[in-house]
Design a protein. Structure first.
Length: 389
């Protein structure tokens, strides 16, 4: 078996360090949700174990210079389908190969209905200290429409188990703009989520991916989807109500209590490097975007050969565009002084291309920061971010 190759860091346009964040994709789900186009599959116990074994091989093959991991994120899929023993083997392998910092944020995505206090207590003893729970909605009928396999009661039981196991960092995921979703049942979701007092909340507008059942069945802006006006109201209600409850709006789709912003997600928004391991995962290592095959059979073959797929290092102008696009997702915006130190005159050339969105009042430059204007810039963020690249 050969060792995975990564480009020489000296070929990169700017000074880089080896990543201190790592994402692992766990592709297994009890069911395939009707809106999801991620690399997921409904796996058997034996297939999950086989996947873990290949993931352990990939960990050992991945080049590293000993930079301790400050963030580890188990995403999916439904990582909470892994047994405590499987998670322990993965974490031990990560610590052996990369070293996990004692203060690292270790997040496990989970679905209601896959958790209990006993396993959660074990997860915590393994070092997992943050749970991201895929609630999506507190409407029973809508859960079924989404293809979710949990109930509202499962959500309450999961949160209770998470708290009784001693977790003090809980994030909830919600979705809005769903088929037949009204302002009234969205308000129910907001009220219910607030009552559970999570440390972090993320809410996502439904995206109709063409390869999904929803993408084939619905058309944006048409019934049974809510109107654009209703969807805007849902988003603004989320921001307003959570801010009133003491949460800080720090990223387009995310709010957190002070001190509980997602450390891992901030790596993405600051366009910093990270490892991405597992089927379908993408990493950003020493100026190179590296990807894994999206099908399990191809991923297994890929690990056996131990070679990255061919990738072209991004150019300085591409990196600048990505830094602007990702950084503008943050409410605080982008530090232009820092960008100019890194990219020089290219920054002002790039900013000249944003004249139109500035004139429309979607972005503003103040005190050396370029940021989206609330609420117009946030509501039309996709237009602005496309201009950046």
């Amino acid at each position: 078996m050969t060792t995975i190759q990564i480009i020489d860091p000296t070929s990169s346009p700017t000074l880089r360090e080896w990543p201190s964040a790592l994402y692992l994709h766990i592709p297994f789900c009890p069911t395939h949700c009707h809106y999801c186009d991620f690399a997921v599959t409904v796996g058997t116990t034996s297939l999950i174990e086989q996947y873990v074994q290949y993931l352990l091989q990939e960990i050992e093959l991945t080049p590293s210079q000993g930079q301790p991991l400050a963030s580890v994120y188990f995403g999916g899929g439904t990582p909470s389908l892994l047994t405590p023993q499987q998670l322990e083997r993965i974490l031990l392998a990560l610590d052996h190969h990369f070293h996990i910092a004692k203060t690292a944020e270790i997040t496990l995505e989970a679905n209601p209905g896959t958790l209990n206090k006993r396993t959660l207590t074990t997860f915590q003893h393994l070092g997992i200290n943050r749970i991201s729970l895929g609630v999506q909605t507190f409407d029973e009928t809508m859960l079924k429409r989404l293809g979710r396999n949990h109930t509202v009661q499962d959500t309450y039981e999961a949160v209770d188990a998470i708290r009784r196991a001693g977790f003090t960092n809980l994030s909830l995921d919600l979705m809005f703009g769903l088929p037949e979703q009204t302002l009234a049942n969205w308000q129910t979701s907001l009220t219910s989520a607030l009552a559970l007092a999570p440390e972090h909340i993320s809410a996502y507008d439904l995206i109709l991916e063409p390869t999904t059942p929803f993408g084939r069945a619905f058309q944006s802006g048409c019934a049974p989807l809510p109107t654009e006006e209703a969807t805007i109201t849902m988003y603004l209600d989320l921001i307003e109500q959570f801010q009133q409850a003491g949460y800080v709006h720090y990223e387009i789709a995310s709010l957190a209590r002070p001190g509980y912003t997602s450390r891992h997600n901030l790596v993405y928004w600051h366009n910093q490097g990270y490892y991405g391991l597992g089927v379908g995962a993408t990493g950003y290592v020493l100026g190179q975007r590296v990807t894994r095959p999206k099908r399990l059979v191809d991923y297994f073959t890929w690990v056996e050969h131990g070679v990255f797929t061919e990738e072209i290092p991004i150019t300085p102008m591409e990196e600048l565009g990505e830094s602007l696009m990702l950084g503008l997702r943050l409410v605080a915006g982008v530090d232009l002084t820092q960008l100019r130190q890194q990219f020089g005159p290219s920054v002002d050339q790039k900013l000249a291309g944003l004249t139109q969105v500035k004139a429309r009042g979607l972005v503003q430059e103040t005190a050396g920061q370029l940021r989206l204007v609330y609420p117009q810039g946030f509501l039309l963020a996709n237009e602005v971010l496309q201009e950046c690249i």
